[in-house]
Design a protein. Structure first.
Length: 235
């Protein structure tokens, strides 16, 4: 069942009781079905079992922390993840994004901002589901196959485990081989809700993409840097 056919289910993983309850109350008032946890130890298993549409995941948790949870979840699910952190250093934000988080919020934040971010992400999930229902499919080349029906990417016959942001970036580049895209252009394609993300986030995602592509196609650099401009895909 697609997101468009049911109330979206959200899992909140937050150890601070007040923030946990605020998130649950505001997301429930927005019409979502909300479950919550106050430690990280059960999060991965609950996500695997319940298949929520969105996870609001605190970085610092008792037991298993948010980064470990995100890393494990990305091995079996593309569920949308909003990382919540009290750490404002850029490296922590980018590390969360590298591991597959779709967005982040820094504490303290307004519960209304959380709801706004949740709505934006779930709209993208719904839009992708509707595009899949209409049979939208694209194969970029014989070696690289991007199948939007199955939300899958393969290179040289090997399936790639990409996050939603990584898939959008790769599709943008591969649809026009040889064209150089600036970081701003890639940000527009990767984050279609126009939220503010630094240029360094693109570099982080490209670094991850290169690593995953090279695992399937060793000794080949398919995404090339153009100094002072941006990136291009050269098969």
């Amino acid at each position: 069942m697609s997101v468009s056919e049911h109330k979206a289910r959200v899992l909140v993983v937050e150890d601070e009781p007040r923030l946990n309850q605020l998130a649950v109350d505001y997301l429930s008032s927005a019409g979502y079905l909300v479950d919550s946890l106050k430690t990280g130890d059960e999060a991965v298993e609950q996500i695997r079992r319940d298949s929520p549409d969105l996870v609001v995941l605190d970085l610092m948790l008792p037991g298993k922390d948010g980064l470990d949870i995100c890393r494990e979840v990305r091995q079996f699910s593309d569920v949308a993840i909003i990382m919540v952190t009290a750490r404002v250093e850029e490296i922590d934000r980018l590390l969360g994004l590298e591991l597959g988080a779709d967005d982040y919020l820094c504490k303290p934040f307004s519960p209304r901002e959380l709801v706004s971010r949740a709505k934006a992400i779930l709209r993208r999930v719904k839009r992708h589901s509707e595009e899949t229902d209409t049979g939208s499919t694209q194969a970029s080349s014989d070696a690289l196959q991007i199948d939007e029906n199955r939300y899958s990417v393969s290179l040289m016959g090997r399936e790639l485990a990409l996050t939603p942001v990584e898939m959008r970036l790769l599709k943008t580049l591969a649809d026009q081989p040889g064209r150089v895209f600036s970081r701003d252009q890639l940000l527009d394609h990767a984050y279609i809700d126009n939220r503010v993300v630094t240029d360094r986030a693109v570099d982080s995602h490209i670094r991850n993409l290169r690593r995953k592509l090279e695992q399937a196609y060793p000794d080949q650099t398919l995404i090339r840097s153009v100094y002072g401009v941006g990136y291009k895909y050269e098969p």
